[in-house]
Design a binder for this molecule. Sequence first.
Ligand code: ZN
Length: 162
Amino acid sequence: MDLKTLYREVIVDHYKKPRNSTPLEQPDVESKCKNPSCGDRVTLQLRFTGDDLAEVGFIGVGCAISQASTSMMTQAIKGKSREEALRIMAAFREMVVDGAEQPDAATLGDLVTMQGIAKLPARVKCAMCGWSALEAALDDQSEEVDMDQDTSMPAAKRGSGM
Ligand code: ZN
């Protein structure tokens, strides 16, 4: 099995069996993100113990990339401190949005399987939707994030859903 096939299988597995996709009973914060050009939506919930993200849950609809990315994200940040979560987010953004050739695999874990998205500008917003919700949650921002309004996303991406 080549690496691309393996990566695709990991993404499909997360899409079909999303991790942490159960709403929390008592979330401390909830944030939402939408990506209208593809139809992706993510609601993310966090419960903190001190500074740690003790529980993470999400409810999502949309394409495989948006849902798999969010599922993997919840696994990566669960139990981590706020600062560690931000560090993982920065590494993911660097890989997918900035197209870093040498992603920080130690920090990213399974998320490294999404490296190919950097070469699919239309899908970057899909991959970043859950992360934008995370950013909003950590910022205590209650307004829904709209990926189509995010000017840091690559430019050619409007409307080529897959
Ligand atoms: Zn999408």
